[in-house]
Design a protein around this ligand. Structure first.
Ligand code: HEM
Length: 155
């Protein structure tokens, strides 16, 4: 169960990223080229948001199953023992990953909702562009990529 959730969460990162990047490209081009708002833009944003929500739910399950909330106490003990690298690893899972991903998920959810409420195509594109681009950058930065973390994994 735990292994399946972890593998699903790890693999889903690529689908989530592709869905957000697709929406971001469409919204930037709609904004810059003054396009009419297309129903595909709305669908792309809704699908990207839905995938982010699924990822958040699996993430919360993993956070509980793998007891990362214990990290707050473990972190202190590791720091006191002088294990700075260990403390940074524990802090990443206890605080950094969850905080960044939740902020990004909130931004993407707000973006999808405020874009729907805008009255002009340019207003819709502008709101999607701002919120989804910010969300994308934060999600990318919050992933433990192997080229950033020595213990990061591709899958
Ligand atoms: C778009 C959002 C997210 C993306 C792209 C993402 C991506 C990832 C990736 C790539 C991993 C590494 C998997 C591995 O080591 O095999 C991971 C692990 C994990 N993520 Fe996320 N994540 C997201 C949101 C969240 C959220 C919101 C939470 C918590 C509420 C969370 C909790 C976790 C946990 C607990 C692990 C396992 C850490 C471990 O014990 O090794 N994730 N995530």
């Amino acid at each position: 169960m735990e292994t399946t959730l972890l593998l699903t969460h790890s693999a889903l990162r690529y689908i989530v990223l592709i869905a957000i990047i697709y929406t971001v490209i469409r919204s930037w081009s709609g904004l810059l080229l003054n396009k009419e708002f297309n129903p595909i833009d709305r669908k792309a944003a809704a699908i990207a948001m839905g995938l982010v929500h699924i990822q958040v739910l699996i993430g919360i399950a993993l956070y509980i199953i793998r007891r990362h909330f214990d990290g707050f106490t473990v972190m202190k003990a590791l720091k006191e023992a002088g294990n700075i690298e260990g403390a940074a690893y524990v802090r990443f899972w206890a605080i950094e990953h969850i905080a960044m991903m939740l902020i990004a998920a909130i931004l993407i959810t707000i973006g999808q909702s405020v874009s729907k409420k805008a009255h002009t195509p340019q207003g819709k594109y502008l709101r999607l562009t701002i919120f989804f681009t910010l969300g994308l950058l934060i999600i990318f930065a919050g992933i433990p990529w192997p080229f950033i973390k020595s213990w990061g994994v591709w899958l």
